[in-house]
Design a protein around this ligand. Structure first.
Ligand code: PAF
Length: 293
């Protein structure tokens, strides 16, 4: 496995792979890898024959009171996991490798940041799109793979690629969950045992939304209330938002359909957790650890 922090080395690797007739797949991450990231690598392998991963905790997407400094990092462990899963090029830049000078121009998410996490994390999606655009220019992938747990991020990246004509295919992969339903996230490591139990309220709430939909409920507010009824029973869970939205515009919908995305953000202790479900699929559409054949 090639490991480097130098963007020029990554671009040389990528161009050589493509000159050799290979398709380049790319999985951008902030490290502290878990099975969810590794599933993205597996999917990248199924769409490409040379896979690159980046590990970069992007300061531009953290607000001044957010957990940039506390964000968990473990490069030696990540390196082993990436290698075992067949990553061929591991790009591990430092801040100075990505932001070589004061960044003036950034990628604006427009109206898509006006919903869900956007109002609670001002500047976050601008930071995400700016770094993803830079990473795409460095890696020059044919295909890039994102997780649906970060559904708003995935929708925004798709939209950036379409609106700004990036020559890259975006693949979005269902969320990977623990056997009890908790969506995998690097931030779960910050939960105490009690907080982890409380965090199950998110997936239980989303299950309630799916169940209500299955029974015939089509009113957006009623679906949101079904989630809230479950989550608000958990005293340690502080709801930031629960919304039923159109998966592309991310705007709230009055009447839900199979494609509607129900998403929520909840604080449990100091940890901010997000999760979502597509109503027509339910959590059964996601992968559970221990259930792969
Ligand atoms: O999802 C993440 O880990 C990050 O937001 C990303 C896409 C790597 C950009 O920093």
């Amino acid at each position: 496995m090639l490991e480097t922090g130098d963007p020029r080395v990554v671009r040389t690797w990528s161009r050589a792979a493509r000159t050799g007739g290979r398709r380049v797949g790319f999985v951008p991450t902030m490290g502290f890898l878990h099975e969810g990231h590794l599933r993205l690598v597996d999917v990248a392998h199924s769409h490409a024959n040379a896979v690159a991963m980046s590990i970069f905790v992007n300061p531009l997407q953290f607000g001044p009171t957010e957990d940039f400094a506390r964000y968990l990092r473990d490069i030696p462990r990540d390196r082993t996991m990436a290698l075992e899963r067949g990553v061929e090029c591991l790009f591990v830049p430092e801040g100075k490798d990505i932001y070589r000078r004061e960044a003036v121009v950034r990628v604006s998410p427009g109206s898509l940041a006006g919903h869900l996490c956007g109002p609670f994390r001002p500047g976050h999606f601008e930071g995400v799109l700016t770094v993803v655009a830079k990473l795409f220019h460095i890696v020059e992938p044919d295909v890039a793979v994102f997780g649906r747990k970060d559904a708003q991020q995935a929708a925004l990246v798709r939209r950036m690629v379409a609106d700004l004509d990036f020559p890259v295919e975006i693949v979005v992969v269902p969320t990977v969950r623990e056997a009890d339903g908790l969506a995998l996230s690097s931030r779960n490591a910050g939960l105490s045992a009690d907080e982890r139990r409380s965090a199950l309220a998110l997936s239980r709430g989303l299950d309630a939304a799916h169940e209500a939909f299955r029974r015939g409920e089509r009113d957006g507010t009623a679906i949101v209330n079904a989630v809230a009824g479950v989550v608000r029973k958990e005293p340690a869970a502080n709801v930031e938002y629960i919304e039923a939205v159109d998966p592309e515009t991310l705007g709230p919908v009055a009447a839900v359909s199979e494609a509607t995305l129900v998403a929520l953000a909840v604080r449990v202790g100091k940890t901010r957790l997000i999760d979502n479900v597509i109503l027509g699929q339910g959590l059964a559409g996601d992968e559970r650890l221990g259930e792969r054949g």
